[in-house]
Design a protein around this ligand. Structure first.
Ligand code: SF4
Ligand code: SF4
Length: 504
């Protein structure tokens, strides 16, 4: 474990070199283009009854929905936003933005609302078209993301796509608060005394390449920090995309990147209001997704949208928008209600009005406000924040189960990226067996139990630490209230895991 990888002898210069990351990002961009090309036009197979035959054998769907979507949870748990270091879409957005109109992003757009709506839209696409099952739909999605990254780059400065439209980046930002990984300055005094500040400079400068008599001049356009951070002022790891621009350009070797204690940003910081909203939507979608394998629980969660759809007389397609509005916004708020009620109950004071002396002294006592010094939103944000570890571990559990079940398709996907031959060989000709799981159910089910327990214990510990940020008089009430929410949520997950892995 090291606090600064840049100090390591061999690894340090590799990380610091901009060419390392240019090459890796270029390789990722090539892979992305291959995913678009191989998936293009691939939907069903003539004469095959299975509706989504290429779901796991196509390079496009396998790489996007199995490998990337699931492995990213593991990466985020250990190394926060490290995926953003090599993300080809953010990189493409940053490059285009240097040559476009370079408009400033309006401040109202930086409040997580656009990215929350993008997540909701993606969920609707999954419901309506099952885009995760078909290579052609997934190709269109990837191409649209690249086009959007290019267009936002043409209009806005820096990585507007990452801020506005990337739900993955916003999820990484949440999990980066938990991860034991950070980029910081070594000394803020060194930054205060630095006049040139190349880490955030965006002014173009001239460059010349010389080879004998050959001279080549050009104007370099530095990107600066793609998300407008000042390294000396970073207090949490949620916004930094770990592009490493500041590490590469700092003229005082004042940037460090490496390990730290788990949960650092969670117990010392607080989610912004927009971030809390985004997290609530993630909580709702993930919990609904998790509950899919527990029939009774699933029916209970979707009971209200189903009744509502019937009540308004909409057909099946009308159910999806109602279901997304329910599980994305209302259902997660409902999860908060019991804890919130417990908190309010704990704040009730009973006064004996018949006791004259008591009522007089009551008028003289200055009561702290019901929600303490943090106010209503500050309190709710902290309540939401305590649930982050348990959600992260539930997300990890889903990811590990999926990877365990489907990662063995990888050799087939490499041999036949379109997935057609592999599918036919497995199901029609039956010349090769369907790839199985990597770890047995007996191993995986106890792993999942361990993840969930770790999430619950961590959430309780975070709740305990955060309770010290509220008024001394209310901290026990706050702690008990969030404990109720954490236990309710873990009860939902625990029931699902029991039904899914121990009963079936
Ligand atoms: S925020 Fe999204 S698009 Fe931007 S670098 Fe991260 S993953 Fe890529
Ligand atoms: S702080 Fe540094 S590493 Fe983080 S996004 Fe800004 S330039 Fe990139």
């Amino acid at each position: 474990m090291t606090e600064n990888l840049l100090d390591l002898k061999i690894i340090g210069p590799i990380i610091r070199s901009s060419w390392t990351w240019r090459l890796v990002r270029l390789a990722m961009l090539v892979l992305l283009v291959m995913m678009i090309v191989y998936g293009w036009g691939q939907h069903a197979l003539p004469g095959v009854a299975v509706k989504d035959p290429l779901m796991y054998t196509s390079l496009t769907t396998f790489s996007l929905w199995v490998v990337w979507m699931m492995a990213m949870v593991l990466i985020a748990l250990i190394a926060g936003r490290s995926w953003c270091t090599i993300c080809p879409v953010g990189w493409f957005n940053g490059i285009v933005s240097r040559y476009g109109l370079r408009q400033d992003l309006p401040s109202w757009a930086k409040n997580f609302v656009p990215v929350t709506l993008t997540l909701v839209l993606l969920q609707l696409l999954v419901y309506f078209f099952a885009i995760h099952r078909f290579p052609d739909y997934s190709s269109i999605l990837l191409l649209s993301m690249l086009a959007l990254a290019g267009m936002s780059g043409l209009i806005f400065r820096r990585r507007a796509f990452c801020l506005l439209f990337c739900p993955a980046g916003a999820v990484f930002a949440l999990y980066a608060r938990v991860a034991p990984w950070q980029l910081r300055v070594k000394s803020s005094h060194v930054c205060a005394g630095c006049e040139s500040k190349p880490c955030i400079a965006t002014q173009p400068f001239s460059r010349k390449a010389i080879l004998g008599n050959l001279h080549l001049n050009w104007q370099a356009k530095p990107e600066g920090c793609p998300v407008e951070l000042v390294p000396a002022e970073i207090h949490d790891s949620s916004a930094c995309t770990l592009c490493l621009n500041c590490a590469q350009t700092c003229c005082n070797d004042n940037i460090k990147i490496g390990f730290r204690a788990w949960f650092t940003d969670l117990v010392h910081g607080v989610l912004k209001p927009g971030e809390s909203l985004f997290f609530l939507v993630v909580l709702g979608l993930l919990t609904a997704n998790f509950s899919k394998v527990h029939v009774d629980l699933r029916e209970a969660i979707f009971w209200i949208p189903e009744r509502l759809t019937l009540a308004v007389g909409w057909e099946a397609a009308g159910f999806y928008p109602i279901a997304v509005a329910w599980i994305g916004f209302l259902f997660p708020m409902l999860i908060l209600v019991p804890g919130f009620l417990v908190y309010l109950l704990g704040r009730i004071r009973i006064v004996d009005l018949d006791n004259q002396a008591g009522s007089e002294s009551l008028n003289q006592v200055v009561e702290p406000p019901v929600f303490g010094k943090l106010g209503f939103w500050g309190l709710v944000s902290r309540m939401i924040q305590t649930m982050l570890p348990v959600i992260l571990m539930a997300h990890l559990a889903l990811a590990v189960v999926k990877l365990n079940a489907k990662l063995a398709y990888l050799p087939l996907v490499i041999q036949d990226p379109s997935g057609v031959k592999s599918f036919l060989a497995i199901t029609v000709a039956q010349t090769i067996p369907a790839p199985g799981v990597i770890l047995s159910l007996d191993v995986i089910k106890w792993m999942i139990v361990g993840f969930l327990l770790a999430g619950v214990v961590s959430s309780c510990w975070v709740a305990w630490r955060l309770s010290h940020q509220v008024l001394a008089k209310t901290k026990q009430t706050f702690f008990v209230a969030v404990l109720v929410n954490i236990l309710l949520l873990s009860g939902l997950y625990g029931a699902t895991v029991y039904e899914w892995l121990f009963v079936r």
